[in-house]
Design a protein around this ligand. Structure first.
Ligand code: DON
Length: 309
């Protein structure tokens, strides 16, 4: 179903677009550096199956860290809470997303939460499957079901670019392997994680995933319960406490909705029982979140009183 264009939304996008010049495109994964700094798009998918969009909605982007919410839901469905949270904690860190420091200094060596890279790598390691190919194909099938879009695929250029440069993620994995948090081959895990991060979509697809979470795991189009309600609740709670990394506290106060960002500039937002929001704006602030995406969410939250608090 095509999205309606909305003048009201377009006006907010043009205000938010102004701050794209104050940010920077991530280039530690070289292929991400090819994005256009001034791009900004938003789609809002209502749980009653209507949608609105504005900005550069024809542009696709990769999920990056937003994929961590989906892998968390998948492994909780695969293994249940106690298995997963035996290996990964539930607390925010206040550190950057790729920090290694707490793995050594925290008294229990588990990564503190599943949204930082260490925790997300441990979660990806738990996806059920006989090999990395089966694990990836289960993750892709889940993403296709959530977006109701069979065309979703991995961008192999971005996946290879991450794989070739993932030295810090490799270090996190070897550290966790030493402590028995992860098992198996680290290169296979980095390959799978790089591909999960490189799953490519449009703002509308991301907004639809948000709408599934807004409906406690039920797909608005098929009405199928894709994610059990309790697991959807856990994922949304992590999005509030850790979804915007070490900017999560300020974001909760200023915007006040569950949200998850990625270094490609994507943000998925959830307004419970109303709609999912998909944003793409590759210019990032110092903490690795889309600078114009945050501005846009701030404007939307103020205008429509979206805060859940
Ligand atoms: O682990 C990485 O470096 C990336 N593939 C994902 C990180 C990310 O998106 C952090 N988000 N703001």
């Amino acid at each position: 179903m095509p999205c309606q264009t909305s003048e009201e939304l377009a006006e907010l996008v043009s205000i938010a677009r102004e701050v794209t010049k104050d940010g920077k495109i991530a280039d530690y994964i070289p292929a991400l550096g090819e994005a256009d700094q001034g791009d900004l798009s938003v789609a809002i998918y209502h749980v009653e199956n209507t949608c609105m969009s504005a900005g550069d909605i024809e542009k696709s982007f990769t999920l990056q860290s937003i994929s961590k919410v989906l892998t968390l839901a998948l492994v909780l469905m695969d293994h249940g809470e106690s298995y997963v949270f035996d290996k990964v904690g539930m607390e925010p860190t206040g550190d950057p997303f790729n920090s290694i420091v707490k793995l050594e200094t925290h008294e229990n060596q588990r990564p503190l939460n599943p949204m930082i890279n260490a925790g997300a790598l441990a979660v990806t390691n738990m996806i059920k499957g006989s090999d990395k190919e089966e694990k990836l194909s289960r993750f892709l099938a889940f993403t296709k079901e959530l977006t109701f879009n069979q065309d979703i695929k991995v961008c192999h250029e971005i996946a290879s670019s991450e794989f070739e440069n993932a030295w810090l993620n490799r270090s996190l994995c070897y550290f966790m392997k030493k402590d028995g948090i992860i098992d198996g081959d680290v290169e296979d895990l980095i390959d799978l994680y790089s591909k999960q991060c490189a799953v490519q979509m449009h703002s509308l697809d991301l907004a639809k995933i948000g709408a599934v979470f807004a409906l406690d795991g039920k797909h608005p189009q098929t009405e199928k319960q894709i994610i059990p309600k309790d697991i959807a609740r856990i994922c949304k709670t992590f999005m509030v406490t850790c979804g915007m990394y070490n900017a999560s506290g300020e974001f909760a106060i200023k915007v006040g909705i569950p949200a998850k960002s990625g270094v490609s500039g994507g943000i998925m937002g959830i307004v419970p029982y109303h709609f999912g929001i998909g944003i793409f704006g590759p210019s990032l602030d110092k903490k690795g979140n889309s600078i114009a995406g945050i501005k846009l969410l701030h404007l939307l939250s103020e205008k429509y009183e979206l805060s859940i608090f």
